[in-house]
Design a protein around this ligand. Structure first.
Ligand SMILES: Cc1ncc(COP(=O)(O)O)c(C=O)c1O
Length: 433
């Protein structure tokens, strides 16, 4: 045991025991080992409090964008509460006003002919839908994705991911091929007329936010067009203002055939996801619209929430604030990089989609612990653990930026200290391998 234990309240102790016995023994063991057994209690804005009120965390992960608008956003809650006077999940067999309103708004906010939306509950489900449509429309089977990208854990989405998410479950399929990120030559070699789609995150979060090289996405689209394949952009993390534009692909002069939205569309309140498709692709469902069913996908209460989320996130001033905060963080982070340059090597940044490059693959997990000890929730990138993801809520202010930078400074000091302990390094090494 490297870290000493604190006395727990009864409520917290029971929650942890129940979690260990009935939800995940592995997670409890992991968090207890590092003295990070935080149990989520009250939450508001960027803050999460432990159930016993003894610890707080400033959320710099935002659950990959779920909490773009902070925890329990007041405007979102108001719409949800009002919705409860009239609506419920709705019935997926029938026509629906909130669902139609939401699809209409998404179409208005998307460029080109991205005019139809198929709703789901989770990101993985929405990716599965996109892949089904790609196969249905092209009548081809092969799907190309990027090594280290992540699109979900459901049936088809998991197939696009790295082997570590598939091999333990015997999920390998030869129709899913991965290529290195930012390597257009690799794509040229493999993209033939058996490929249904290329799927890529506009900025791959689980790979640690490497930005696409100039023209990379545009060239993918051109190659797809040449070969009759479709381009699916996963904006589950990058969408809804995270990068300073409503959709991250707007930075790269490209319009995909499909866009996938999830996480933040929920406002952190009601899960909902969207597969937004070029209008020509809707033909796949025209003859028999009942071959693709999602009972709670596009739930009416969720649709009301998502309408509010889109209204807030597409507002010009909201996006200006994201860009302003991005600059504030750039300045502060560059100073911290100079100060802690043995540990903190570089900054990847587009708006508030930020990755902090650290010295090696052990440094990300150690920084996660060091930040936790300084009241910051930061998570390392699972497919490149030398990077920590830095995704603050988009609604914070300058005072918050100052607080975060101050705590980060202390966190880097602590991380460098923890890194020196051989026992900690060995434990992390064995977990990662
Ligand atoms: C980029 C991206 N796409 C898809 C997903 C899958 O979303 P969900 O967990 O809601 O199924 C995730 C989840 O982390 C993600 O980060």
């Amino acid at each position: 045991m490297f870290f000493s234990k604190k006395k727990l309240s009864k409520e917290k102790k029971i929650s942890i025991e129940n979690f260990k016995e009935h939800v995940s023994s592995g997670k409890v063991d992991f968090y207890q080992k590092y003295n990070m057994d935080f149990v989520m209690g009250f939450r508001e804005g960027p803050w999460l409090f432990d159930i016993d009120g003894k610890k707080k965390l400033f959320n710099l992960h935002s659950n990959g964008g779920v909490f773009n608008l902070g925890h329990r956003n007041k405007e979102v809650i108001k719409v949800f509460k009002e919705g409860l006077n009239f609506y419920d999940i709705g019935n997926h067999h029938l026509l629906s006003k909130p669902r139609a309103d939401l699809a209409n708004m998404i179409s208005d906010l998307m460029p080109g002919d991205l005019d139809y939306t198929i709703f789901g509950v989770s990101g993985g489900e929405a990716i599965d839908t996109a892949l089904k449509i790609a196969r249905g429309y092209t009548q081809r089977k092969k799907i190309i994705s990027v090594e280290g990208g992540y699109h979900g854990h459901t049936g088809l989405s998991v197939q696009t991911g790295n082997a570590k998410y598939k091999a333990p479950f015997l999920l390998d399929s030869p129709d899913f091929i991965q290529i290195p990120y930012n390597d257009i030559e690799a794509l040229k070699e493999i993209l033939d007329n058996e490929v249904a789609a290329v799927i890529v995150e506009t900025i791959p979060a689980t790979l640690g936010m490497p930005l696409p090289q100039e023209n990379y996405l545009k060239e993918i689209k051109e190659l797809c067009e040449k070969k009759g394949a479709l381009l699916i952009l996963d904006e589950v993390q990058t969408g809804l203002g995270r990068t300073g534009k409503l959709w991250a692909f707007e930075h790269f002069d490209v319009v995909p055939d499909m866009v996938v939205l999830a996480k933040g569309l929920s406002g952190g309140i009601y899960p909902i996801s969207a597969t937004v498709i070029h209008k020509k692709l809707e033909s796949v469902f025209h003859k028999d619209p009942f071959i693709h069913i999602s009972t709670s996908g596009g739930a009416e209460l969720g649709s009301l929430v998502a309408l509010k989320v889109l209204e807030i996130s597409s507002d010009k001033e909201f996006l200006q604030n994201v860009n302003h905060l991005s600059e504030e963080f750039r300045e502060g982070l560059e100073k911290l990089q100079q100060k802690h340059n043995g540990y903190f090597k570089g900054i990847r940044r587009l708006g508030l989609m930020i990755g902090l490059e650290l010295k090696d693959e052990l440094a990300g997990p150690i920084m996660t612990k060091a930040a936790f000890d300084n009241d910051l929730l930061i998570v390392y990138a699972n497919n490149d653990t030398s990077v920590v993801q830095f995704l603050p809520p988009l609604i914070i202010g300058e005072k918050d930026v100052k607080y975060v930078l101050k705590q980060l400074d202390k966190s880097f000091k602590r991380a460098a200290f923890l890194y020196k302990t051989l026992q900690i390094r060995e434990a992390i090494k064995s977990f990662l391998n």
